[in-house]
Design a protein around this ligand. Structure first.
Ligand code: AMP
Ligand code: MN
Ligand code: MN
Ligand code: MN
Length: 278
């Protein structure tokens, strides 16, 4: 029997709703055998996750989901098997955390000024519980205060690009971010590639540059991609000789993506990223 892998998910260290311990307990219930915890721009949940992974007999991969800027666009790069103590990675993540805090203050200022919604920074920070502050925490605050009908509605009305509380961001430099991952011994994976709005030409340019910078895989299977998108990505992986990764992008019970560990198989035309893992 092939092992059950899930190589993309979130805990309270970023915008997931389960603590690392609860996440690993849930992974055990779901029958996940190899799990990568990939919080946004932080590795702070990994120690706690590892303690519970050992108790549950789950193989934990040290991961993260890095926000990078490429050609003016925000992309997410999953790092798998990184060394969380690698100094350049730690320094880079510290900068991203400081930026996230500043951006949070700015989102709150805009909500107050443009939508007359007060107290958003305090409200969002309460949801973040000291973890990596993100737009999802603002969405939860907006929902709790009944300014929106749902999390999706919060993004559609206030938080997504073009809306009144959106703050355009300069994340990690693409090349540099890939170096933090690869030089710390990790494998770099383009997260949910179907989610980026770009032409086919630009996508090919991205994949070319990604490979040049040491990237090795794309998420062919993602909780946020349809079956059709999966086959498009499988073809791209084959054409660019990239490995295929698979992750749910789970954020906790009741969130919009699929269940932890319940992923369709990687198409047989692809080589899974774990093909040479010991
Ligand atoms: P951030 O990195 O703080 O800008 O937040 C990005 C996160 O917000 C993603 O990882 C998702 O969890 C969430 N997100 C982004 N866009 C949407 C959307 N349209 N609907 C719901 N959640 C979203
Ligand atoms: Mn998220
Ligand atoms: Mn993402
Ligand atoms: Mn994610």
């Amino acid at each position: 029997m092939p092992k059950v892998y899930d190589l993309h998910c979130h805990s309270t260290a970023s915008d997931g709703t389960l603590t690392p311990t609860e996440l690993l307990q849930h992974a055990a219930i779901q029958g996940v055998e190899v799990l990568a915890l990939t919080d946004h721009d932080t590795v702070a949940g990994l120690d706690e996750a590892r303690a519970e992974a050992d108790l549950q007999g789950i193989e934990l991969i040290n991961g993260l989901e890095l926000s990078v800027t490429w050609g003016g666009q925000t992309l997410h790069i999953v790092g798998l098997g990184v060394d969380p103590d690698y100094a350049p990675l730690k320094a880079g993540l510290a900068e991203l955390q400081a930026f996230r805090q500043w951006r949070g203050e700015e989102i709150a200022r805009r909500l107050e000024k443009n939508a007359n919604i007060a107290g958003a920074l305090e409200g969002a920070s309460k949801h973040a519980k000291g973890g990596s502050l993100g737009r999802m925490h603002f969405a939860r605050f907006l929902l709790e205060e009944r300014h929106v009908k749902g999390l999706q509605d919060a993004f559609n009305r206030y938080l997504k690009q073009g809306k009144s509380a959106f703050v355009s961001s300069k994340w990690a430099n693409f090349e540099e971010g890939l170096r933090w991952i690869t030089e710390s011994g990790g494998q770099a994976v383009i997260a949910h590639p179907a989610r980026y709005k770009m032409t086919a030409t630009k996508r090919r340019k991205l994949l070319g540059e990604f490979k040049e910078c040491g990237g090795v895989a794309i998420e062919v299977v993602s909780g946020s991609q349809s079956k059709d998108e999966c086959f498009v990505m499988a073809n791209l992986a084959k054409n660019f000789e990239l490995l295929a990764s698979a992750g749910s992008d789970y954020h906790g019970p009741g969130n919009r993506w699929i269940e932890l560990g319940r992923l369709p198989p990687i198409p047989s035309s692809c080589k899974p990223i774990w093909h040479d893992w010991a």
